[in-house]
Design a protein around this ligand. Structure first.
Ligand code: KIV
Ligand code: ZN
Length: 522
């Protein structure tokens, strides 16, 4: 590997998916993994196979179907975990076992109830056992940044001796600051025997908002793998955001250049960043804050007069990277009700959607309905239509056929719905605290399902008063969660569609026998 190559290790499907509420079905994980391969990540951590049958299956399916990146499975330093990870990643062409054990005094004493020499022995045995499944073994001393340096050096040296090919240094609780993290990496690089035959990796959590800065400090000090997640998804405040890491290294290549002053090599096709970010947001139901770096709706928006003036004169006055570089349409072609089938199909292709003729026809019909209400249809609207109509990977057990809502100041909000099933149309009416609540009550009545509504959000897909509204809901029932989305120019209709979509997803997962995910405490 050239010394300037930086490996992007994506853990959206493992550490990212550990975020409360972000559970994905196996099909959804596969869709994300396929997009991560298109994005060009080097390693996909597909799951924690021992933690549940669904995690095992998802890792295995990704190992079978996704080519390009190395597929990694996580395992504690236990034989069972390693066996499950080894079996799950077996079908992959390039496979890795990532095994870990905590090394900080607080974790060893209170969580593991083990002495350092027992931990050391377990780590060595785990790595040796993992080597019987694959040569590519990564070791993480969990909570490395709160570990005592002499012990950290000792366990890292022993891990390399036992056969670890990547040494990952997690800031598990997001505690350290960039200078400190950089120093830890530099000291390990200088003092761990055999480290030059091993890749040093960063794994930073964002509890103090330092995850990206810490990871980059690690790279500056010799780390050659960065573990990160799309949109910074992850437990608590999340992990280092992939898009920020990649664009920082790209934009400031000179700063990260190695001793020979060569720019770092990244395998990432940055033009796929925006699409990947949207996909992860859509499938997890985690809405991206507008001012989020790189992928937020305002990341490339210029409002202040003086900025707009500068941008018009020379873009680089206020833009350090271009929207095109992350895959945002530069031309912003606008379609309308007079756009023909061919023009529409062409635009879908340019936006990267590969649709069959039947799917194009279906999307076009929906496009015409929306173009009738909305004079201008933007790229974001087209993407929302396709995601809503075509990329529906669940059976539509229930379909919202009719919705009527009455509300206003001083009146009790009421809603009536007709819900179509395979054999009949069910009707119901209900009142609620507001129009959305009334619609949801009527849907519960008509479908006979009353899942708990865990979260609800609505956003405009584009600007303007005719913008499409996109609603996202998360529901739960008996430990199973599901996320639904709906779009419409009418926000109450979008909300109702999202609720019905979530119920369909929940029932579909149940039907397929997908177990509710148990979040295992690491
Ligand atoms: O944050 C952490 O320590 C982890 C390990 C399992 C690598 O996610
Ligand atoms: Zn982590």
């Amino acid at each position: 590997m050239p010394p300037e190559k930086i490996i992007i290790f994506d853990t959206t499907l493992r550490d990212g998916e550990q975020s409360p509420g972000a559970s994905l079905s196996i099909t959804e994980k596969l869709e994300i993994a396929q997009q991560l391969a298109v994005l060009g990540v080097d390693v996909i951590e597909a799951g924690f196979p021992v933690s549940s049958p669904a995690q095992f299956e998802a890792t295995k399916v990704i190992a079978e179907e996704v080519s390009g990146p190395t597929i990694a499975g996580l395992a504690r330093a236990h034989e069972n975990d390693i066996q499950a990870a080894g079996n799950a990643i077996a079908p992959a062409k390039k496979k890795r076992i990532h095994t870990f054990i905590a090394t900080s005094p607080i974790h060893m004493e209170h969580k593991l109830k083990k002495k350092p020499d027992e931990v050391l022995k377990m780590a060595i045995e785990a790595i040796k056992y993992a080597k019987t499944f694959t040569d590519d073994v990564e070791f993480s001393p969990e909570d490395a940044c709160r570990s005592e340096m002499p012990f950290l050096i000792e366990i890292c040296a022993a891990a390399i001796e036992a056969g670890a090919t990547t040494l990952n240094i997690p800031d598990t609780v997001g505690y350290v600051l960039p200078y400190e993290y950089g120093q830890i990496i530099a000291q390990l690089k200088a003092d761990v025997p055999g480290i030059d035959n091993c890749i040093i990796s960063t794994h930073c959590h964002n509890d103090l908002g330092m995850a990206v800065a810490n990871s980059l400090a690690g790279v500056r000090n010799g780390a050659r793998q960065v573990e990160c997640t799309v949109n910074g998804l992850g437990e608590r405040a999340g992990n280092a955001a992939l898009e920020e890491i990649v664009m920082a290294i790209r934009t400031r290549a000179g700063f990260f250049a190695g001793k020979d002053a060569k720019a770092p090599i990244l395998n990432i096709n940055t033009k796929e960043i925006y699409r990947t970010s949207q996909l992860v947001s859509r499938l997890t139901g985690f809405v991206i804050q507008p001012n989020k770096a790189i992928v937020g709706a305002n990341a490339f928006a210029h409002e202040a007069g003086v900025h707009v003036d500068g941008i018009l004169k020379k873009r680089s006055t206020y833009e350090i990277m271009t929207p095109e570089s992350i895959g945002l349409g530069g031309s912003r072609m606008v379609l309308g009700r007079h756009t023909g089938r061919h023009g529409f199909a062409d635009r879908c292709k340019q936006l990267g959607f590969k649709l069959t003729n039947e799917e194009t026809e279906h999307a076009y019909e929906r496009f015409l309905q929306i173009a009738d209400k909305k004079k201008e249809v933007f790229d974001e609207d087209i993407a929302a239509i396709i995601n809503d109509e075509i990329h529906v990977i669940v059976e539509k057990i229930y379909e919202l056929q009719y919705l009527h809502v009455a509300c206003g100041t001083g009146t009790l909000p009421t809603a009536s719905v007709k819900i179509k099933t395979k054999d009949e149309v069910k009707q119901a009416a209900a009142c609620g605290d507001g129009p959305v609540d009334a619609a949801y009550e009527a849907i519960r009545e008509a479908t006979g399902h009353s899942p708990e509504l865990e979260s609800y959000s609505i956003k405009a897909v584009t600007g303007g008063k005719e913008a499409l509204g996109e609603a996202t809901v998360r529901i739960s029932e008996q430990g199973r969660t599901a996320i639904g989305r709906g779009i419409s120019t009418d926000i109450i209709e979008a909300s109702a569609k999202a609720y019905v979509d979530a119920i369909n997803r929940m029932l579909s997962a149940k039907k397929k026998g997908e177990e509710p995910e148990l979040k295992v405490q690491l």
